[in-house]
Design a protein around this ligand. Structure first.
Ligand code: FEO
Ligand code: CA
Ligand code: CA
Ligand code: CA
Length: 612
């Protein structure tokens, strides 16, 4: 390769234009194909997908719905085979079942199929010849394939495991939970396991109007409707499984909203939910090893006006590969300190909500990591350790953390150690009774979001202080409230609602978007997409659109394979348009009939690197 390890290197592709085409668009010189789609059988005995003959058992052996986070971990030294690990965040029942009318009319069979369509898939994949193309390994040769669903047994670890707040009638010890829900983004640990964030778990619970009065404030803070038995849009899952009825099981919601760890190399392993990392609407977790050897996880809480967190382990990573080393590393996320970010600002008096760049030429400032827990003890007055970890939002509220514009995915540059956070948007910023714009969240009614860059003091990920800046304030570059690190705005792609982040081999940031708020001349929203942008060097801020997804879809996640020859992309909820259904589809991607969420791979058939 002629490209050096300098950010900006390699991004020579011709950007695609914003568009509204019901297909996947990639740049000239690239190929793309569906790698796996909703309903494809992945476990032995699972039937081929048939939308008219779907069953909970079939779905539990098939690829789940609404794929989001994805990664490929290697199965051999040359990375010719791997395990594709994919989150299944949520279900669109109206796009899964013919004639679905929703709410109380849903059948328990449909509910059990939806429960089985959540969770995670592990799928063996292999490289085609020596190219960047990948394919699913054929049935007889698979050994690692696995499905996790909303019913898979899992265990709690850490200081809140066994807490009274996690105990239910079905689990009187508070240590064992069934399933994982709303698995959004995630991360790969240095010891080869997968982390997965449980995000909008609130939507699955009903009956919180009947919860004990003392439980209601926390339920409400986590977005669970405490005013009525069946909030609008409810799935009525209590009819399929009473644990979703908060009147009967007031602690069951406390058992979701965690970071789950899965060992993809051991299909028999029990997934763990790590209470030491706190409970909120976890987008994902980005794990790095600090110079000192401690393991650090950066995490976002995706809600308007919620916070950025980090976890620092009590013990150091062991670099050996003995059984004792592996056993020790597998427990790194079970004890440590949990911090929340509080920001300082350099130009506070100049921020008026318009997004105008301050006179010092930067949205920037300092920051402090405020510890909520340390050494297994609470540092929050009036809250015990398990209360801090189960009701982390309440703890962070108390210490004056900085309210952000929906912290989504976080990723750390291997090249520089800088930490990047996607702040996706915040329609309520500056509204009556809500937090005003500040230097890190500089626009009121923020429709397009921004990218936040955090630099730990001394490059030490375990540091308690940092500096920060905004390299990109998103939107149409013609809009004066946008900022692209000072790069010539006539040369950048419009970008809106950054959600997921990844880096390529040269340190370029790859940004997936969710909810593109930019429109064409007819007022139709441009589709979401994948963008590549240099964050170092002379091209810093030069955002280029690489890919766009079909109608109604979110460009949920992208993973650049480490050899820089492929990008694997999660196309989530194609056809998710109000009023659309299986029989009245808004999108017919990928197969020309009805919409199916799918993972695609894109690569250059000439063998050159991604981005070239
Ligand atoms: Fe599931 Fe915050 O995106
Ligand atoms: Ca400033
Ligand atoms: Ca996301
Ligand atoms: Ca999102």
């Amino acid at each position: 390769s002629s490209a050096g390890s300098r950010s900006g290197a390699g991004l020579t592709f011709k950007a695609i234009p914003p568009n509204t085409l019901d297909t996947v668009i990639v740049p000239n010189g690239y190929d793309e194909k569906v790698l796996i789609r909703w309903g494809d059988p992945i476990l032995p005995g699972a039937p081929a997908f048939d939308i008219d003959r779907q069953s909970p058992t079939a779905q539990a052996g098939q690829f789940g719905y609404n794929n989001d986070f994805l990664v490929i971990v290697p199965l051999d030294r040359h990375f010719t085979r791997g395990l594709l690990v994919v989150n299944h965040e949520y279900t669109n029942e109206e796009l899964m079942f013919r004639g679905y009318a929703g709410g109380a009319t849903a059948t328990t069979q449909q509910m059990r199929i939806a429960l089985a369509a959540h969770g995670m898939s592990v799928v063996e994949v292999e490289r085609v010849e020596r190219t960047g193309e990948w394919r699913v390994v054929s049935q007889g040769r698979r050994r690692y394939n696995r499905r996790l669903t909303a019913s898979t047994p899992m265990k709690f670890t850490g200081p809140a495991a066994g807490s009274q707040l996690l105990r239910t009638t079905a689990d009187p010890r508070g240590v064992r939970v069934l399933g994982s829900l709303n698995n959004c983004s995630g991360g790969l640990t240095p010891w080869g396991t997968i982390l997965s964030g449980e995000e909008n778990f609130n939507q699955y619970f009903v009956g919180a109007d009947g919860a004990p009065a003392d439980a209601k404030p926390a339920l409400a803070r986590y977005g669970i409707d405490i005013t009525k038995r069946y909030p609008s849009g409810s799935r009525y899952w209590d009819k399929a499984d009473s644990r979703f009825d908060v009147t009967k099981n007031p602690h069951e919601p406390n058992r979701f909203g965690w970071i789950m760890e899965v060992d993809p190399y051991d299909p028999q392993s029990t997934p763990r939910k790590h209470t030491a990392l706190g409970r909120f609407k976890h987008e994902g977790a980005a794990v790095v090893v600090a110079k000192s050897g401690y393991v650090v996880a950066y995490m976002g809480d995706d809600e308007r006006f919620d916070y950025i967190y980090k976890f620092v382990s009590d013990r150091k990573l062991r670099t050996g590969d003995s059984k004792a080393d592996r056993e020790s590393n597998s427990r790194l996320l079970e004890s440590g300190s949990l911090y929340v970010a509080k920001l300082g600002f350099t130009s506070a008096s100049e921020i008026d909500g318009s997004g105008k760049l301050p006179s010092d030429g930067a949205f920037n400032g300092t920051g402090t990591w405020i510890p909520l827990t340390r050494g297994g003890k609470s540092l929050v007055p009036g809250m015990a350790i398990d209360e801090v970890l189960v009701h982390t939002r309440l703890a962070a509220d108390k210490v004056g953390a900085t309210k952000m514009d929906r912290p989504e995915d976080i990723e750390v540059s291997k090249l520089t150690g800088k930490v990047y956070v996607a702040l996706t948007n915040n329609s309520n910023r500056g509204a009556a009774g809500q937090a005003a714009a500040d230097e890190a969240n500089p626009r009121k009614s923020n429709k397009h979001g921004q990218v936040f860059e955090l630099v730990e003091i001394g490059g030490n990920h375990a540091s308690e202080t940092f500096t920060w800046s905004l390299p990109i304030v998103c939107g149409d570059p013609a809009d004066p409230s946008t900022y692209f690190a000072g790069y010539d705005k006539t040369e950048v792609s419009p970008i809106s609602c950054p959600d997921n982040l990844d880096f390529d081999a040269h340190g370029n940031l790859w940004i997936s978007t969710d909810g593109n708020a930019l429109v064409d001349h007819a007022g139709t929203n441009f589709h979401d997409g994948l963008f590549a942008v240099a964050v170092e060097g002379p091209d810093r801020g030069k955002a280029k659109q690489f890919l766009s997804v079909p109608r109604g879809a979110e460009q949920a996640s992208a993973y650049v394979v480490p050899d820089n020859k492929s990008v694997v992309v999660s196309v989530q909820h194609p056809g998710e348009i109000t009023g659309a259904s299986v029989d009245n589809p808004a999108s017919t991607w990928p197969d020309g009939d009805f919409a199916r969420p799918a993972v695609i791979v894109t690569w250059r058939p000439d063998g050159s690197e991604i981005g070239s």
